[in-house]
Design a protein around this ligand. Structure first.
Ligand code: Z2T
Length: 821
């Protein structure tokens, strides 16, 4: 099984040769960026043989593939991860040292591949890692955005978005594959022709515009198993003039339009997490990569098979939320119009191929396209969806005769809109949620009607994360400590971490464990000093909330509590208070005003508190600029406390919670998403749980009875904090600045109920839980034990387990093995 042996001399020679060939320079003259490129090409060389061997083996075995269809792949950096999975990290490190290079500096030159927003995109990346490591044939299918998630600058406390030109220096790991280019058509109209011979109607799209989809392949290296799968992301190019239909030759206006279409389509990732904006260009992006990917999947199948009616035996499409759901109709179109299947034949194939994952119950995230837009952009695909809807509605009516309510609630097309979730559920063979609680809410609340009609489709797949990136690479000190104690099998079998349980009461192990945490805090403190210019004390409690900024995630609850603590310390300077550093990291969607104002609030509170010498460094507040995958690895490793404080029922799963746990940070959180399962694994005595339950929240939402103003009136600490939002305490130059936030908590004049996310309802119990954190931390041995237990009990949350469950219960793939020649 082991990979072929690493040859240090050869590797060094290759790095030198690459610097020459790429930049006409010697090592000494090259910039760090150029050295990064040279090293990466040398590592790519190590990958290529395995990549070839894997694809050859697959070709021979003719396995079933999963196509993981996703608008987002939040990959982060590739170099470090590839070296880790090739098991050459330490070898390369040594080789580089020999020629005077620091592997950390080299790795730091690589821009993150930030082709995603947050949890959903990072989940896709973890899944690819696990698929390759477990040896399952898989393609990631997505878009090669020219600009990924924006870079965040903080200016005067406000977020400023800077374009992420991640490809500007060239991307060493990608491979352009023009031989697999596909044409994707937009607009025009559908002409129907009746064929006397076959007695069938034929549908042809005419007067359309088209773009050329050109795939770029990224290697996905399995851990120590010679397997290399492929992430295939599509770039858009203009159809060059000599490829135009003879009909269109000389049509200058059309040529220009098609060029613009190509340029716009893959230009930039929409920076919205859990929010649907309904933009036409977004639908174009969706159809663009889906049409190209489905065409490619069908073409690949047809190379070795002639009965397209058995397509589903060799391919399954996992739809990462509804964003790729147009795949349902595109597959139908190809089967009907290009492969000549009957409707029933095509439907059988499609409904045995497509499966759908739901990632949120937030209503504002639901994709509902206006018919006008949809049918104008995708006229033939729309016709097909109309027919799917007609038949589905007939099914509903047959099952619930006379119940028009059911049709109203469940139809795919209704009220002038195309409802993508309904399409995905009606057409797919599986519907899954991403944590137990989330799946229960889907079955009994959000998707109740669908669950009642087709319960067999519904299942849960609790999310997971890859320990290769978030422990082995991100926390090398802890990784090697663990390996010293229980061996290294945890790298591919995370539940083995439970073997650490025998050490949790051992004072020496406790000390070593906490010493590693301390060193990671020193590493993060340096990063904060360099990037934020704030000095933090690694001996203070590092209390961390890093995730996208969203009202339901309640960063506001956290910072209001910081304001409350500050009041306490000012009022009672003699009070015993264990020094705390509150660390935030979060990007707000560019158009999400209230989220951006919350960032300003956090930074304003930080300004006041960090510059108040009277509190003697008991409190620090840090907002880490440009939170992203690469700095996340360091942040998780350094955290003492994991803030997972969403309003119960709103966070489908969360995955950051799992990364903290793996790195030994107990959860301070609500009973929401996967927190519920984390507590189940580690025990509630090793977490700090507070707040309303999901049932209580849902009950308030459905029956009313929540009155935040009563809390405001009866709790003077809370009232004081809220008043500080509007008395200029944190905005002396403009006391009205945070009025909107104050209003959101108390005023019903906005269209929503006041305090939509139950911040006042949960404030006291949150403050109590924070108090328990402080008490627990004072007990050094007790805390060390709790931290170690979190790591030891995190085995369930590997994405290897999640992927194995997808394979066993949804995809039914067979494991491949690859021997290296
Ligand atoms: C996203 O990151 C998530 C859900 C979305 O619903 C969209 C985006 Cl961009 C459309 C997140 C969930 O909020 C989070 O709870 C979950 O852990 C993650 O997806 C992966 O399932």
């Amino acid at each position: 099984m082991a990979t072929k042996k690493f040859n240090k001399k050869e590797f060094i020679r290759e790095v030198k040769a690459n610097v020459k060939a790429l930049y006409r320079k010697n090592l000494e003259e090259a910039t760090q960026q150029q050295l990064f490129q040279a090293v990466s090409y040398a590592v790519k060389d190590e990958i290529i043989e395995n990549w070839l061997a894997t694809q050859e083996q697959y070709e021979k075995d003719d396995p079933k593939y999963v196509y993981y269809m996703s608008m987002e792949f939040l990959m982060g950096r590739a170099l470090g991860n590839n070296m880790i999975n090739l098991t050459i990290y330490d070898d390369v490190k040594e080789a580089l040292e020999e020629i005077g290079l620091d592997i950390n500096v080299i790795e730091d030159q690589e821009p993150d591949a930030a082709l995603g927003n947050g949890g959903l995109g990072r989940l896709a990346a973890c899944f690819l890692d696990s698929l390759a490591t477990l040896g399952y044939p898989a393609y990631g299918c997505g878009i090669r955005y020219r600009y990924g998630m924006f870079k965040q600058k903080i200016e005067d406390g406000y977020q400023v978005e800077v374009p992420d030109n991640w490809l500007k220096d060239g991307n060493p790991f990608e491979l352009r594959r023009p031989e697999y280019a596909k044409e994707v058509k937009f607009g025009g109209y559908v002409r129907v022709e009746y064929d006397e011979k076959t007695g069938r109607n034929y549908y042809k799209q005419e007067g359309y515009q088209s773009v050329r989809a050109v795939p770029y392949d990224f290697p996905i290296v399995g851990y120590n198993n010679n397997i290399v799968n492929t992430l295939r992301i599509w770039d858009a190019e203009a159809i060059s003039e000599f490829q135009l239909d003879s009909f269109d030759k000389g049509d200058y206006r059309k040529a220009v339009e098609q060029e613009n279409l190509a340029r716009n389509i893959v230009e930039v990732l929409y920076p919205n997490d859990n929010h649907y904006a309904g933009k036409e260009l977004r639908l174009k992006q969706q159809y663009f990569f889906i049409s190209a990917s489905v065409q490619e999947a069908v073409a690949k199948y047809k190379k070795n098979h002639d009965d397209i009616r058995k397509f589903y035996e060799k391919a399954t499409f996992q739809l990462n939320d509804t964003h790729p759901t147009v795949a349902v109709a595109e597959l139908m179109r190809i089967l009907l119009d290009e492969e000549g299947l009957t409707w029933d034949e095509a439907w059988e194939v499609t409904s045995k191929t497509c499966a759908y994952t739901n990632h949120t119950i937030m209503a504002e995230a639901l994709e509902k396209w206006p018919i006008e837009l949809f049918s104008r952009l995708l006229p033939r695909v729309y016709q097909i969806i109309e027919e799917i809807n007609r038949r589905f509605v007939a099914q509903i009516e047959a099952k619930y005769p006379g119940d028009f309510e059911k049709v109203r609630k469940m139809a795919i097309i209704f009220d002038g809109q195309v409802k993508m979730a309904h399409l995905a559920i009606a057409a797919g063979y599986s519907v899954n949620g991403v944590a137990q609680l989330h799946t229960e809410i889907l079955k009994h609340q959000e998707l109740k009607d669908f669950y009642e009609m087709m319960p067999e489709k519904f299942n849960n797949k609790t999310n997971g994360i890859t320990q290769r990136r978030f422990l082995l690479h991100g926390n090398p000190l802890l990784a090697s400590w663990i390996t010293d104690h229980i061996g290294d099998e945890w790298i591919t079998d995370l539940p083995q971490l439970s073997k650490l349980k025998v050490y949790v009461d051992d004072p020496k192990a406790q000390q070593e464990f906490m010493n590693i945490k301390y060193q990671n805090k020193v590493r993060l403190a340096k990063y904060i000093q360099e990037h934020n210019g704030i000095e933090v004390d690694p001996r203070s409690i590092f209390d961390v909330q890093v995730k996208r900024l969203h009202e339901y995630k309640r960063q506001l609850l956290n910072i209001l509590h910081v304001m409350y603590l500050y009041n306490q310390i000012k009022d009672h300077p003699e009070m015993d208070f264990y020094p705390r550093t509150f660390i935030f990291g979060a990007k707000a969607a560019a158009g999400y005003r209230r989220a951006k104002l919350t960032i300003k609030l956090i930074n304003s509170v930080a300004d006041v508190i960090n510059n108040d010498a009277s509190i003697k460094n008991k409190l620090k507040v840090v907002f880490i600029e440009d939170y992203r995958v690469s700095n996340a690895e360091w942040i998780f490793a350094a955290a003492d406390v994991s803030e997972q404080i969403s309003t119960a029922s709103k966070e489908a799963s969360g995955t950051g919670n799992m990364k903290f746990m793996l790195n030994g940070a107990p959860t301070l959180g609500t009973m929401d998403g996967a927190n519920v399962e984390i507590v189940e694994e580690v025990g509630k005595e090793n977490a700090f749980i507070f707040g309303l339950s999901a049932d209580e929240v849902i009950n308030y939402e459905q029956n009313g009875g929540y009155h935040p103003e009563n809390i405001f009136n009866s709790d003077q600490d809370i009232r004081r904090v809220l008043m500080q939002l509007i008395n200029g305490e944190y905005a002396p130059d403009d006391p009205e600045r945070f009025r909107e936030i104050y209003d959101s908590l108390l005023n019903t004049k906005s269209s929503d109920r006041a305090d939509t996310y139950f911040i006042l309802a949960d404030f006291r119990s949150y403050a109590d839980a924070q108090k328990r954190v402080e008490e627990a931390y004072r007990d050094e041995a007790g805390w060390a034990k709790m931290a170690m237990l979190n790591t030891a009990c995190s085995g369930k949350f590997t994405s290897d387990r999640t992927i194995q469950q997808y394979v066993d219960e949804i995809w039914h793939l067979k494991k491949e093995t690859v021997k290296v020649k």
